[in-house]
Design a protein around this ligand. Structure first.
Ligand code: AHR
Length: 660
């Protein structure tokens, strides 16, 4: 018989492979349903928020005007004077002078002299433009005082070719400062609109806090947060929100550290600060990145309350970022830092007659925020940290014994700094330590078993910052691809299995503006109008939405399932719904048949729900394809008590099995 040419055989073999999934031999996973192990803390899966990548100003904080109070290093950064516009009758239509009044935290004002009836104005570029939507209402506001003559202020949103999309007029009256606001509706959607502020008439007036907000903010709060971004967070059902970071807590030096007291009270009085991520990386400089603190500590506590998440503030412990200046406050001058921490607890929890509780009440929140955790320092290391931690811990615990303190163990989860801090903190009986992991996806797979043999007599673990890096840590080429997300899912099965010691975990960083980021990867990306969750986001969301209440023992051939045959798995019971939830990662190239044997008195009902995330290593979501990778849910049935499922190649599956 004539031999079939090789290429025909090859084509035939390939077609067979494409017609049928290659399925590896069946795996049996055993779950003991009647012997629940550790409790899963309500804080198990949470959120890490830091103002990096324009996460706050230009992001979650819905203010659309950049440099609204002229306090940037260059007072007119973000603003342009309009002297040659269609109405101008003179090139000397007007001028703007920046005055430093030195009377408040917010020292500068703009003095506008208008010399022509129509034709002088200033334009704000927003954060790479302003996203406006057709039919949506916007509120323009500013502080103003009319010193001479009469002028009307006309706020006008325009598209990139100057067409008006909506406008409103305000007439300032009197020489005393007054806040004015007016609302208008936009007639078209535009992702990169600009705001013109025209001065019609003749006269001299002072202006400050020039602002534009959408009315449709989260919970319709005036001057509030971007609704679509908060919704993505709410959908995660986070157990906690860590805030405000991250290195931003530390500052490049101590003068630029995060000081929570400067972020509360009237928004006009919050002192602006240069954002430390502004020029941190030569690959993504952002000289116009400042912190207005419009999203400050009150708004943070309120957000945590809205989302049913525990607040978890991290406070500066008298140390600046050790990757930058590494400045430390001398030990004998640490008191103001410790006092800041005590006052923060009082601001959150104190009675309304306490000094800081009163500030909270004045801001509109009588009830305490019920703060239970405080992090002392971010990514600190060395003996200088331990010394300072001891002081903080001694004072905080003596005044607030119920507050759980989170201690730092440095920037990496292994090595000399980590070992030193871990040993010291264990002997000091620290409550919780904050471990950070920015590593390649392979590290996450290998370390899915990291906590299986961890010390059970030491502090509890907060996996406080982690993200698989597709290229290298801080590489601008890192992507939020499926390979990384799947590796994180595998790692998270290990965190869940060890929920007796791992009490909290959060991916980092959280947000990035697609045009203005400094750090990648990030959980959620957005532009001025839209946002999408990365594959990593869906992994986080699935874990958090299926948290359960107790860990169950899950084994394959009597061992924890952490990489054998490319499978990683964990199981929990949910005492509220009476279900068993099994999470399984198949990191292999082939589909895998699994049988889940549930032992225990309760039987399942032969039906359940399977939610699957799957893709190829390089798959990503994007603004154009926001849900390219997304969870697919189906009802499944099986016969008998053993649950059978086929795990797709490179997939993460969440199987919910109701029991009775
Ligand atoms: O998440 C970005 C940065 O990574 C954080 O600010 C810091 O804590 C870590 O080094």
């Amino acid at each position: 018989m004539k031999a079939v040419p090789f290429f025909i055989r090859a084509v035939f073999a390939c077609s067979l492979l494409m017609m049928f999934h290659i399925v590896d031999a069946q795996k049996i996973l055993q779950v003991k349903t009647d012997k629940p192990l550790a409790k899963i803390e309500s804080t198990m899966w949470g959120i890490f928020f830091e103002d990096i990548n324009f996460a706050a100003d230009g992001g979650l904080y819905a203010e659309m005007v950049k440099n609204r109070s002229f306090e940037f290093a260059q007072p007119l950064m973000g603003w342009k004077q309009q002297k040659s516009n269609p109405y101008a009758i003179s090139t000397n239509a007007g001028n703007i002078l920046i005055l430093n009044e030195g009377q408040s935290a917010n020292t500068r004002i703009a003095r506008v002299t208008v010399q022509t009836d129509k034709g002088y104005g200033i334009t704000n570029e927003g954060f790479q433009g302003m996203g406006v939507a057709k039919g949506a209402a916007y509120t323009f506001s500013l502080m103003a005082r009319q010193l001479e003559g009469t002028t009307e202020i006309r706020a006008e949103v325009v598209d990139s070719t100057g067409n008006s999309l909506g406008s409103v007029t305000i007439k300032p009256e009197g020489t005393a400062w007054k806040k004015y606001n007016a609302t208008f509706t936009c007639t078209a959607t535009h992702p990169k609109a600009l705001l013109n502020v025209w001065f019609d008439g003749k006269g001299v007036l002072d202006i400050d806090m020039v602002s534009l907000f959408p009315n449709d903010t989260w919970k319709n709060r005036p001057g509030g947060l971007r609704k679509d971004l908060v919704q993505l967070l709410a959908d995660m059902k986070p157990g906690f929100i860590r805030f405000p970071g991250g290195c931003i807590v530390e500052g490049r030096d101590l003068t630029t550290r995060y000081q929570w007291k400067k972020t509360v009270g009237d928004v006009e009085q919050r002192e602006m600060l240069i954002n430390r991520w502004n020029t941190e990386f030569t690959h993504r400089p952002a000289p116009d990145y400042f912190q207005t603190f419009g999203l400050g500590f009150f708004e943070y506590f309120q957000l945590a309350e809205d989302l049913g998440a525990e607040p978890l503030p991290i406070i500066n412990c008298g140390m600046a970022c050790q990757f930058n200046t590494a400045e430390v406050e001398p030990m004998d001058q640490l008191d103001p830092y410790i006092q800041d921490a005590l006052d923060l607890i009082e601001f959150a929890n104190g009675g309304v007659d306490s000094p800081w509780g009163k500030v909270r009440k004045q801001m509109g929140h009588d009830a305490p925020f019920n703060l239970k955790y405080v992090g002392v320092g971010n990514e600190q290391w060395g003996p200088q940290y331990i010394e300072r931690y001891k002081e903080f811990s001694k004072v905080l615990k003596s005044k607030y014994p119920a507050i759980q303190i989170i201690a730092a163990v440095g920037p990496a989860p292994a090595g000399e700094l980590f070992d030193y801090a871990s040993k010291e903190l264990k002997s000091l009986k620290a409550d919780i330590v904050d471990e950070h992991y920015y590593n390649k996806p392979e590290w996450f797979l290998t370390n899915a078993s990291r906590y299986d043999s961890y010390d059970r007599n030491g502090p509890k673990i907060f996996a406080g910052e982690y993200a698989a890096q597709s290229v290298a840590t801080v590489s601008p080429k890192n992507e939020n691809n499926w390979k990384c997300a799947l590796a994180e899912a595998a790692f998270m099965t290990g965190l869940e299995r060890n929920a007796d010691i791992v009490h909290m975990a959060s991916y980092a960083p959280l947000f990035a503006h697609v045009d203005r980021w400094q750090w990648t990867p990030d959980l959620i990306w957005f532009d001025n109008l839209h946002a999408y969750g990365t594959p990593n986001y869906y992994v986080q969301k699935l874990f958090s939405n299926h948290r359960g209440t107790r860990v169950l023992r899950l084994t394959m051939q009597d061992k924890a399932v952490s990489g054998a045959d490319g499978i990683y798995a964990s199981a929990v019971s949910d005492e509220t719904s009476g279900s068993v939830i099994v999470k399984i990662v198949n990191s292999g190239e082939n589909a895998q048949d699994v049988t889940i044997q549930l032992s225990g008195k309760k039987k399942n009902q032969g039906t359940g729900t399977l939610i699957v995330l799957k893709g190829s290593d390089s798959d990503v979501n994007s603004l154009e394809h926001p849900t390219f990778i997304h969870p697919e849910q189906q009802a499944i049935k099986w016969k008998g008590n053993d649950v059978k499922a086929v795990l797709a190649p490179k997939s993460f599956s969440v199987l919910t099995i109701p029991m009775r």
